[in-house]
Design a protein around this ligand. Structure first.
Ligand code: NI
Ligand code: MN
Length: 227
């Protein structure tokens, strides 16, 4: 399987003909690698309702028919927008959505969440099983000790970790997070999109790798990585 960074917290995970899109903030994202009319996902997964994650989910889901997975309250709002016939899965924290290509489990993240339409909800991290790999998109979160828990159930191959600070943990807390998560590889995200979240991804990589916590793969928007 392949992981393509689309900018900010958006990723496209592909395995053969399957594409899974996470947090598709493309329109209005100054670092977006693709336009909202380009992805052809089978599923769209959301970590939470903030506009920089919710993004183009409605337009892309309508255009492609992609199954949408989001936490209960956000899923309810999306069902209203997409219509009753559109496939929307609504797990809550701890729940797993089973899909034809694999699964996604929602786990806690320490953050806030309100959708652009005002639905107050709870943010999540996503543990995604696709193509024989386990990918942990930790979502927007501060550093907290329970980041260690998903890896206790099953080894994390790749963690997608915010490092930009201000709205999430910064690159220094993210080094501690790297130790807790215990992934083989980490791809940093949620930095450099806007001035408040500028940071030095290469310094994060050096700190994590010198500590021996993980291999860090820094991707520019549009670049891909095969774990
Ligand atoms: Ni957020
Ligand atoms: Mn965010």
């Amino acid at each position: 399987m392949q992981i393509r960074y689309l900018g900010h917290a958006a990723f496209s995970l592909t395995d053969g003909d399957t594409e899974v899109l996470v947090d598709p903030f493309l329109t209005g994202n100054p670092k977006a690698a693709v336009g909202a009319d380009e992805p052809r996902p089978d599923a769209i997964l959301l970590t939470h309702g903030h506009a920089d994650h919710y993004g183009d989910v409605v337009d892309i889901a309508k255009r492609t028919g992609a199954t949408v997975v989001a936490i209960t309250e956000v899923a309810g709002e999306l069902s209203g927008k997409l219509g009753e016939d559109h496939p929307v899965l609504n797990p809550n924290l701890g729940g797993t959505a089973e899909l034809p290509w694999g699964s996604v489990r929602l786990v806690p993240a320490w953050h806030t969440s309100t959708t652009p339409d005002g639905t107050v909800s709870t943010p999540a991290g996503l543990v995604i099983e696709l193509g024989g790999k386990r990918i942990y998109h930790v979502g927007d979160t501060a550093l907290f000790s329970d980041l260690a828990l998903p890896g206790k159930r099953g080894k994390i191959d790749v963690a997608l970790v915010p490092i930009g600070g201000h709205f999430t943990m910064d690159r220094f807390d993210a080094v501690v997070a790297a130790e807790l998560i215990g992934a083989d590889q980490i791809i940093p995200c949620h930095y450099g999109t806007f001035p408040p979240i500028e940071t030095d991804a290469q310094a994060f990589k050096a700190d994590v790798e010198q500590a021996g916590y993980a291999q860090v793969v820094v991707l520019a928007p549009g670049e891909s990585h095969t774990p």
